[in-house]
Write a protein that binds this ligand. Structure first.
Ligand code: MSP
Length: 664
């Protein structure tokens, strides 16, 4: 397994909307509901963090202007559990957040999500990786028949980033989003991502949900208006504090400030914004995490979020002036402001399940799969916003690291962005899915290069798995093309009795194989549950190697079918091999669905026999009947996974067949 050194503390952009350069002045201003005290901020010192809006509980501070009330939520669904205990108000309950029940009853619903992808450029392998992780989790859950599940994905279409990308491309934002959204939809479909919902944030149903969510925040008293200024990084759609900045150069080579994390230029921005009282949510967030230690996974990311909560937690700017940002959802009742794109985007997880009317059937049974760069948005801002709007935080946030390319960060300017469609064309959909999920380690960054894909896919999918199927079903060795019979005396349950009778041929190594494969489904299950799909695949690959060893050791092709005893032993070897292959095919379905289907069909495993809950292995060894024994094998005798040829040849062929790729 390759990858760059683990980074215990994932680096991310810092808080968007941090009031990192402002001071406060209270002013009496007329508001729609009368003359009210407005808490205003004014620029003064670059370092001060005291520039944050005061929390409501702070004595002697200003009462911020309430937001106009004519776009209030129509009706809030009944709240239970965590939310009910916290209450939707701006001052969260001081006590511990009630612990969520550890084990929910089986058969419950689950909403899995990918992040929604920025519609300013085409998909790359990092995007696909987020989606594949979620897809594999969904497919695995379905195989376990664990209850209804959905997988939502989509495109994030508002914000300055999109507005500027459209202007640069000489098109309208709507036209750009239409095109790029289509590219993402196609790439996900091509990669067999079994999404059930695709949300575009430009859709009316989503916009309605966002307006409603805004109303819930406003009614909870967690929004106030203030003057705001700081360094804004458009590609990250985020305000950055000084600690996240470095000196760099702009496109013309002039010195400028850039984001430390991404190297993108930042721009000084000063405007009137609505602020979200994030600072008031430190305790509820800490309580939520303390009571739900598996809420953020893998653990280094959980620890990282806990550390963030020990640091400064400034209020968050949640709107932009409309004269700067027209491409977004206007703040209800204040057409001079546009809702911050991250608030807009995060609400997609609610709008997809019918917020504000019918989300209760799915929320908060939701698992978000996100890259480490957007952890802060999902693990701090989103749960705080949810609590403020009277909803529970998500059940789990599953975090992954990044793909680099030959040791370098993937970026348009370096020209090293890897296009997933090209990769799937070259290595096959399953080949590429297998590579990303087998080599991607959520805890650390992983490095991509083409040679690595060819080597891994050839050795594990084509040679080890495909070769084993091919050899164990070859007409020369299995002329009747049936699922062979198992003869217990050749593989008795107790090794000693076999030795005593002197009839068996199975050796100690073979018993190890049987034990390893018998425990494999449970192992794979627990790795999926622990968001370590790569480890599940490692275990399967190890068992496939062991099975090849078993086959090689007993050389069934040397046995003489005319001899009755040899024939029985030969069939037993084949039976054990096919039983192993059946288990691998079943377990591999979430990762390589097309290949697994081909494998299981060849083994005559029916559609109703491919689930994980009823998965048996070598029933005959346990003295039970085996439903497969004696069955006619499937008719497709083709190669399971075509070995990949030389990289250069593949690239040349692809270039010849793909006329000029459509560029944005
Ligand atoms: N639009 C936001 C997400 C909003 S969700 C409410 C966004 N979009 S993104 O297109 O930039 O990123 C989508 C996903 O791709 C994120 O999970 C991100 O971490 C992932 N990746 C982007 N580059 C990546 C790599 N180089 N490697 C792995 N995944 C990375 O953020």
């Amino acid at each position: 397994m390759e990858g760059t050194a683990p980074s215990a503390a994932p680096s991310t952009a810092d808080a968007p909307g941090r009031a990192n350069r402002s001071t406060r002045k209270e002013t009496k201003v007329p508001a729609s509901s009368g003359s009210l005290t407005l808490s205003q901020t004014r620029s003064r010192s670059i370092r001060t963090s005291a520039a944050r809006a005061p929390s409501r509980s702070a004595p002697g501070t200003a009462v911020p202007a309430p937001i106009p009330r004519d776009d209030r939520p129509a009706r809030c669904p009944p709240q239970t559990g965590l939310t009910a205990a916290i209450g939707p108000g701006p001052v969260p309950a001081p006590g511990r957040v009630p612990q969520r029940r550890e084990s929910r009853p089986r058969g419950r619903r689950l909403l899995l999500s990918t992040p929604i992808f920025y519609a300013n450029g085409p998909p790359h392998i990092g995007h696909l990786y987020s989606a594949l992780l979620a897809d594999a989790l969904l497919r695995h859950r379905r195989l376990r028949a664990a209850g209804p599940a959905r997988l939502c994905t989509g495109t994030d279409e508002h914000g300055l980033k999109i507005q500027q990308a459209a202007a640069a491309a000489g098109t309208s934002p709507a036209e750009l989003c239409e095109r790029v959204s289509g590219l993402f939809r196609r790439a996900l479909t091509q990669a067999s991502v079994a999404y059930t919902d695709f949300t575009r944030t430009s859709e009316p149903r989503h916009q309605r949900a966002v307006r409603h969510f805004w109303g819930a925040l406003r009614d909870g008293g967690v929004l106030y208006k203030g003057s705001y200024e700081g360094w804004y990084c458009t590609p990250e759609e985020s305000f950055l504090p000084e600690s996240q900045l470095a000196e760099g150069t702009d496109a013309q080579g002039r010195p400028c400030k850039v984001s430390l994390e991404t190297g993108h230029e930042v721009h000084w921005t000063k405007e009137e914004n609505y602020m979200f009282r994030l600072s008031a949510f430190r305790n509820p967030l800490q309580n939520w995490l303390r009571d739900n230690p598996r809420a953020i996974f893998p653990d280094p990311f959980y620890q990282c979020v806990l550390r963030w909560l020990d640091e400064d937690l400034p209020d968050l700017s949640v709107s932009r002036e409309r004269n700067r940002l027209q491409w977004g959802i206007p703040v209800p009742s204040d057409p001079t402001q546009t809702i911050y794109v991250w608030v807009d985007a995060l609400v997609n997880y609610l709008s997809v399940v019918g917020y504000p009317e019918s989300h209760g059937a799915w929320w908060p049974a939701v698992h978000h799969v996100v890259g480490k760069d957007i952890l802060k948005f999902h693990a701090l801002y989103w749960p705080a916003l949810l609590l403020a709007a009277g909803l529970e935080p998500p059940e789990r946030i599953l975090v992954h690291s990044h793909w680099t390319v030959r040791g370098q960060k993937m970026s348009k300017s370096l020209g090293n962005v890897v296009d997933p469609s090209v990769c799937m064309g070259r290595y096959g959909v399953d080949g590429f899915r297998y590579f990303l999920l087998r080599q991607g380690v959520p805890e650390r960054d992983c490095d991509y290069y083409d040679e690595k894909v060819v080597k891994l896919v050839n050795s594990e999918l084509a040679d080890a798995l495909g070769g084993l199927l091919n050899r164990s079903t070859a007409p020369s060795i299995n002329p009747s093309n049936t699922y062979p019979r198992f003869s217990e005396p050749f593989f008795p349950k107790v090794l000693d009795s076999r030795e005593a009778r002197g009839t068996g041929r199975a050796c100690a190594e073979d018993y190890k194989l049987v034990a390893a494969v018998a425990s494999l489904p449970a192992q794979v299950d627990s790795y999926f549950e622990g968001f370590q799909i790569y480890k599940a695949l490692e275990c399967i690959a190890q068992c496939v190697r062991q099975t090849n060893g078993f086959f090689q050791r007993h050389r069934p092709w040397k046995l003489d079918r005319r001899d009755a005893a040899e024939q029985l032993w030969l069939d037993t070897i084949l039976h054990v091999t096919l039983e192993c292959l059946r288990v691998y095919g079943t377990l591999l379905q979430p990762v390589v669905p097309l290949t697994a289907d081909k494998l299981l069909s060849r083994l005559a495993v029916g559609p109703g026999e491919r689930g994980l809950s009823g998965l048996t292995f070598l029933a005959r060894y346990d003295g039970k009947p085996c439903p497969f024994e004696g069955r006619q094998l499937g008719p497709d005798t083709g190669i399971l996974f075509q070995r990949l040829g030389k990289l250069e040849t593949m690239k040349r062929k692809q270039e010849a067949h793909v006329p000029g790729k459509q560029l944005l």
